[in-house]
Design a binder for this molecule. Sequence first.
Ligand SMILES: [Fe+2]
Ligand SMILES: [Fe+2]
Length: 274
Amino acid sequence: MHLVTTQYLPAKRLLFCSDLHLDWRPTEQFLATLQPHDYDLLLIAGDIGLGKDVHEKLAEILAGIGKPIVSVLGNHDFYGSSFEKVNERMLKRFPLGNGWMIRLDGSQVLQLSSSAALIGVDGWGDGIAGYGLSSSAVMQDWIDIRELRKARREEKLFAYLRHLGCRSAQQLESALTLTLKNFEQVLVLTHVPPFPEACLFAADHDRDNLLPFYCNTALGHLLRQAADHHPCQQITVLCGHTHHSAGCDIVPNLRVLVAAAEYGHPQPSRLLKI
Ligand SMILES: [Fe+2]
Ligand SMILES: [Fe+2]
């Protein structure tokens, strides 16, 4: 079991977005799209910037909105750098349990109300869904992120992807167990959709070829088990990564919402009221 900390963060209206890719457009353009919305908390499901500046992009958003942000990081947030360096910079810029920008790493339970809590973890496509090992797709991640480049060079890429997916499930397990004991509604923020059903692609894309890298089956397994064991609790997963809007019920008490996104048009995806 991992150590879990609980923090009270009262919020009724959550503005959810993902895949802002602010290396394409200035942060101000995104901030302008937030202005018409009335919300208490901004949720960002990753792919905010690049490895060198994701921490600065988050700081710009925080300064621009003056409201709390809860975020996880996506694959693009490590591009041009490494997991190690970006995690180090994020921790330095936003120390854990301090301030209004909270990066979820699986260890925190954020209590939004007496009945709802928010947890989350970055997540990663674990190389298992669709064609799995037989996929012929080549991802930019394997070139632009140091640890993945090394794993590929050493022919350990799929083992490493599987490790990243399993680790995300392990990181979230204790917080998920705790929240399901104490709250009726559990929101899970993560970058990669945990179920193939939630992964939609453009019609001309080979779905099964891409699925191994767009689905985190390890996290899906954990969530499905948890939902089955707690039929009276509602779990809602908020994610991105595919850039295609999706909303599907895996089982009656487990819903997955994927944020739509378009490069060059950073904007909120939907307002959630709890
Ligand atoms: Fe993205
Ligand atoms: Fe992504």
